[in-house]
Design a protein around this ligand. Structure first.
Ligand code: GLN
Length: 560
């Protein structure tokens, strides 16, 4: 049998950043997967960091951690969620990794005699990293390669040169360039403008890349004359000019692309045969997202609330959990520093649940602790993630166990009560890149816990990204309280989940459940957290109704 040839789709971006290349690539990925093809995805990040693990969330947004412990770009979260497929470190390539490998080889003497250059040494390394996933899984039909940044950026040039070479080295039906661009509507002129797209395609052609399909971000669908014009100036058939209109939920994008004929055009070019994708499960999700029975308010109290990209997977996990509970979750973003200034009672008075996300550094921690006290005492559902769980332990230690100066060793080395401390194997770690407890770890659940009820099993595996842990020196002290360690590592040494038993739903987890939530399969903890918030919300409404009734009766009695 002749060896199967994996086909490559390269997705580039033009005009401006933040057009949603990750979502566009993932949407195409799921359409091809639903057509029956084996699809994989790669994100090429042109920055010089080896991975985004050392970057500030304000710069880069969320760091998406995989099972294998790699810290990757948040687009890998979209890939996993849209394709319902787990990624590995091979799905994210950065300039930092490429140069690191090439320079290590040079020092070893592998290139002895040669001048090491961008072309061919850097580009060869990029090509081999792009080919690696299909080499490891030879039954892969299609790999979608997303090139980060915008055409014209200095950093992305070696990547563009590498994919140009890959197209040159293969048959035309085995590679395809798709360019994602912006067609803005200019209100004063009352029309859409095609010039930015023309310029950006021109920039691609100057480096030897001719896109075959243009995906145009636009407020309204592009009409035929505009598609013809873009097609003519950019040397693309008009039917390959796809309108990517703004949609209510990102999960609609694949369906819109399908209506626009994107997957058909891709399959035609790559000679991938006929057939239609069955997207019925996605249609159901969208119907539920758009028309929910309940509406809830859940507060997220964190440090990076002005930059929603820092909490991307949490936002998506709430959408998935909403679908399973027939509810829309309106997220109330509360800066933990504001809690300290204005008080939890004022800022959190009408919420149905509180989530404290992960984070690093002491800024805002006291506000988080105060807001946890508020929901614990008022029996409002709570989910604490990583630093959120650590804050819940500190709050409980201070306000219930009476350890007034309980805190985390992350913030103060000299502490009377370091209820959160450093693991022994983290002591003395000086290199900060890739050295936390990272990736999938197993845990065992107490069968009488809410977590067990959520997961429906005793053995779980979840993704971690932290250095500090629950301090076992306090296990005995907590044993006689209502805060229980209900999830522990298989050897019992690490506390992975705590719950407060005299509360309707109070769960703190040392891992990041949001990273494993999928639109067709909400994460069990998010699902049950939202379910608890629905119950809380309904109870609150009923209490309001009966107090209205009582005050009606009272005022009638006063009148008579
Ligand atoms: N800063 C904490 C730690 O390193 C929590 C990390 C997190 O929330 N991801 O342990």
């Amino acid at each position: 049998m002749p060896e199967k040839k994996t086909k490559y789709i390269f997705v580039t971006g033009g005009v401006v950043s933040a057009l949603g290349k990750g979502i566009a690539s993932s949407s195409l990925g799921i359409l091809l997967k639903k057509r029956g093809f084996k699809v994989n995805m790669i994100k090429c990040d042109p920055y010089i960091n080896v991975d985004p693990g050392t970057m500030n969330p304000f710069q880069h947004g969320e760091v998406f951690v995989l099972d294998d412990g790699s810290e990757t770009d948040l687009d890998l979260g979209h890939y996993e969620r849209f394709l319902d497929q787990s990624m590995t470190k091979n799905n994210n390539v950065t300039t930092g990794q490429v140069y690191h490998t090439v320079i290590t080889r040079e020092r070893r003497g592998d290139y002895l005699g040669a001048t090491v250059q961008v072309i061919p040494h850097i580009t060869e390394e990029i090509k081999s990293l792009i080919r690696r996933p299909a080499k490891d899984n030879p039954d892969t039909d299609v790999v979608i390669v997303e090139i980060g940044g915008t055409v014209g950026d200095i950093e992305s040039q070696p990547f563009l040169e590498a994919i140009r070479q890959m197209a040159l080295e293969s048959d035309p039906e085995n590679t395809l360039f798709i360019h994602l661009t912006l067609v803005p509507y200019i209100a004063t002129a009352g029309e859409v403008k095609t010039k930015p797209t023309q310029h950006s395609v021109k920039a691609l052609r100057e480096i030897g890349i001719q896109p075959r399909i243009l995906v145009c971000r636009t407020a309204k669908p592009l009409d035929e004359p505009i598609r013809n014009k873009i097609g003519l100036f950019c040397s693309v058939p008009a039917k390959h000019v796809i309108s990517a209109v703004d949609v209510e939920t990102i999960y609609e994008v694949p369906l819109k692309f399908h209506e626009e004929g994107l997957d058909r055009a891709v399959c035609d070019h790559l000679q991938l045969g006929n057939g239609e994708p069955d997207m019925s499960d996605w249609e159901e999700i969208i119907a539920k997202v758009k028309d929910p029975a309940h509406r809830l308010k859940i507060a997220i109290c964190g440090k990076y609330v002005h930059l929603k990209d820092a909490y991307k997977s949490i936002i998506e996990a709430f959408i998935h959990a909403g679908v399973e509970n027939n509810a829309r979750v309106d997220l109330i973003w509360v800066s933990s520093e504001d809690i300290k200034k204005s008080g939890a009672t004022k800022l959190l008075s009408d919420i149905d649940g509180l989530l404290i996300p992960g984070g690093f550094g002491e800024r805002g921690v006291e506000g988080k602790i105060e807001s946890i006290r508020f929901v614990r005492e008022n029996k409002i559902p709570f989910l604490g993630i990583c630093l959120g769980m650590q804050c819940a332990v500190i709050e409980y230690a201070r306000n219930v166990c009476g350890l007034k100066d309980a805190h985390s060793y992350e913030f103060y080395a000299e502490l009377k009560h370091p209820v959160i401390h450093l693991m022994a194997d983290q002591e003395g770690v000086t290199n900060l890149g890739g050295t936390m407890r990272l990736g999938a770890y197993p845990a065992k659940l107490d069968p009488y816990s809410k977590s067990y009820r959520a997961y429906g099993c005793e053995d779980i595996s979840e993704r971690h990204r932290h250095r500090y842990e629950f301090n076992n020196a306090y296990r005995d002290l907590f044993a006689d309280t209502t805060m229980k360690p209900v999830g522990v590592s298989p050897d019992g040494r690490l506390v992975e989940i705590v719950e407060v038993t005299d509360h309707p739903w109070f769960v703190g987890v040392q891992f990041h459940p949001e990273l494993k939530s999928r639109p067709t399969r909400a994460h069990p903890l998010f699902r049950d957290f939202v379910a608890a918030a629905v119950i809380y919300h309904t109870g609150k409404k009923e209490a309001d109704k009966s107090s209205d009734k009582n005050s009606d009766i009272q005022s009638r009695q006063n009148v008579s």
